[in-house]
Design a protein around this ligand. Structure first.
Ligand code: NAD
Length: 495
């Protein structure tokens, strides 16, 4: 069945066929638990399926299974790991239609966005398949008395706590390098988006990943996520989510000195100078904040503009924002739903507070519904103009389709505004002046900068934050560092 057929069937019946409802442990789907939780379709605000609420014993079994499998996997030749990971990429593509519709219904995003996520998940497996047989150490020259070299060894069992905004690609960007490096995996998807990780785990086994190497336990973060974070058998924990939960996870992992990668969101700036083309700036800002309904850690949620182009950019951007069609992700809207009712209420609270402070709203500012059905959890595309640097709408991550606009006169002021939050994930600079672009890029306290484009770059580049956006890097060659440990070996050449 094509994505269109699966989507039509779902829109008619409100059900998706053959969804897993147990955990995936030791190469098979477990019996569904007695404790279940409903999963909601955000585009309809209706439950469409149930999944198992994991308990500590489920997490314990999954970690035990991963520990046994890791011992075997590290002996598998790099060439064989490469072959299996390429198989995974192929199977993801073959199952892209089903996976992408499940992702839309579980997360609220649009079908086009979900299809992009599945393709990038397949690419992540291809990229790291190519790395599996190139994880070489280096030879070190200590003079004639010694021969010295380094080797990169797998860290062992790795834990992955996944957020709800990119359930498939966040799963893939942690699991693919972990497997390439010779590690095993226990993953815990977010409680509002449990299904694609389970389906992907099934596909991984079908592709030849040995039983036990990748396990998925569904349920509440405070129960099984915390159980994972505290377990000494987990040797690397990769967490993506909020700052407060990230700090909590780091504290739970600290007694075991567990390695940690934290990807905690941001308040990323798009800085536009007076020589930038207003059309291009407005287009960049539009995609930076309204993609995935603004629920992106690296969303361009602050537009910092030179006063000379402010009016032109806001005129274009305001018109485009007003014309956005928000509707169920399977009906080809411009923008999909907000992932949960709870999160919708958080976005609303941020915007209501801004209104209460007398904020100048150019457009949007309230919750809405799918106008075709009158249902769903949606938020209007919102632009708040002319904000002061200390305004909460500038300082706090809203994680929705809400753009905060700031204005400047000088380059120094632009840099100060851009770096003036507790986050430091990505930044973008629009200018015709190469020297200025490079000066500003180098002054940005963040992990990634793009010039004259907001979403430039790709999975080949390392991604991650500074300051409260977290630490460690995912994607790119650097994405392998978390999953390998370096050992130095020195041989005496004496006879
Ligand atoms: P969260 O940080 O609470 O959840 C992220 C993941 O952590 C989920 O899998 C969750 O089950 C798990 N988790 C929750 N409590 C845990 C615990 N005590 N121990 C271990 N794991 C735990 O995020 P949220 O409540 O879903 O969203 C809140 C805010 O987080 C959002 O408003 C947004 O600002 C931010 N967020 C950021 C990202 C990102 O990509 N950086 C993704 C999702 C949410």
């Amino acid at each position: 069945m094509t994505a269109h057929d699966i989507a039509q069937d779902y829109l008619k019946t409100g059900r998706l066929a053959a969804l897993p409802d147990g955990h995936f442990i030791d190469g098979k789907t477990t019996q569904p638990s007695n404790r279940k939780m409903e999963s909601f379709d955000p585009g309809r605000a209706e439950a469409f399926a149930e999944f198992s609420l994991g308990e500590e014993t489920d997490m314990d079994l999954a970690i035990a299974s991963a520990e046994t499998a890791a011992r075997h996997w590290r002996q598998v030749t790099p060439g064989e790991r490469c072959r299996i990971l390429n198989n995974v990429a192929r199977l993801f593509r073959e199952n892209a239609d089903r996976l992408s519709v499940i992702e839309v219904v579980d997360s609220g995003k649009t079908l086009a966005e979900a299809q992009g996520d599945i393709q990038s998940s397949a690419r992540l497996f291809e990229y790291y398949a190519g790395a599996a047989d190139k994880l070489d150490g280096r030879s070190v020259n200590l003079g004639p008395a010694y021969t010295a070299f380094t080797v990169r060894e797998p860290v062992g069992v790795t834990g992955h706590i996944i957020p709800w905004n990119y359930p498939t690609s966040t799963f893939a960007r942690g699991v693919a390098p972990a497997l390439a490096a010779g590690c095993s995996v226990v993953a815990k998807p977010a409680e509002t988006t449990p299904f694609t990780a389970l389906v992907m785990a099934e596909l991984l086994c079908e592709a030849g990943v040995p039983a036990g190497l990748v396990n998925v336990v569904t349920g509440l973060g405070a129960d099984i996520g915390a159980r994972m974070a505290r377990d000494p058998r987990i040797k690397q924990l990769t967490f993506t989510g909020s700052v407060s939960t990230g700090i909590n996870v780091a504290q739970m992992a600290a007694p075991n000195v567990t390695r940690l990668t934290l990807e905690l969101g941001g308040k990323s700036p798009l800085i536009a100078f007076s020589d930038a083309d207003p059309e291009k700036v407005a287009d960049g800002a539009y995609w930076a904040i309204f993609s995935n309904s603004g629920q992106i850690c690296s969303a361009g949620s602050r537009l910092i503009m030179h006063k000379a182009i402010r009016d032109d950019v806001l005129a274009i951007l305001g018109e485009r924002a007003k014309s956005i069609r928000t509707a169920h992700g399977l009906t080809a809207p411009d923008m999909g739903a907000i992932n949960s009712e709870l999160h919708l209420s958080r976005i609303k609270a941020h915007v209501e507070a801004a209104k209460g402070r007398g904020a100048h709203l150019l457009t949007g500012g309230d919750v809405t519904v799918d106008t075709d059905t009158g249902k769903g959890w949606f938020f209007q595309p919102t632009v708040i103009a002319d904000l002061e640097p200390d305004d909460p709408a500038v300082q706090e991550e809203i994680f929705g389709p809400v753009l905060s606009v700031q204005n400047f006169d000088t380059e120094d002021e632009a840099i100060q505004l851009a770096n003036g939050t507790e986050f430091g994930l990505i930044a973008s600079v629009y200018t015709q002046d190469v020297g200025r672009a490079m000066r500003v890029a180098s002054a940005m306290d963040c992990g990634q900068v793009s010039i004259n484009d907001y979403w430039a770059g790709g999975l080949e580049l390392p991604f991650g934050g500074n300051k409260k956006s977290g630490y460690g890097r995912e994607k790119g060659w650097e994405g392998l560092d978390a999953y390998t440990k370096v050992k130095s070996i020195t041989i005496s050449n004496a006879s």
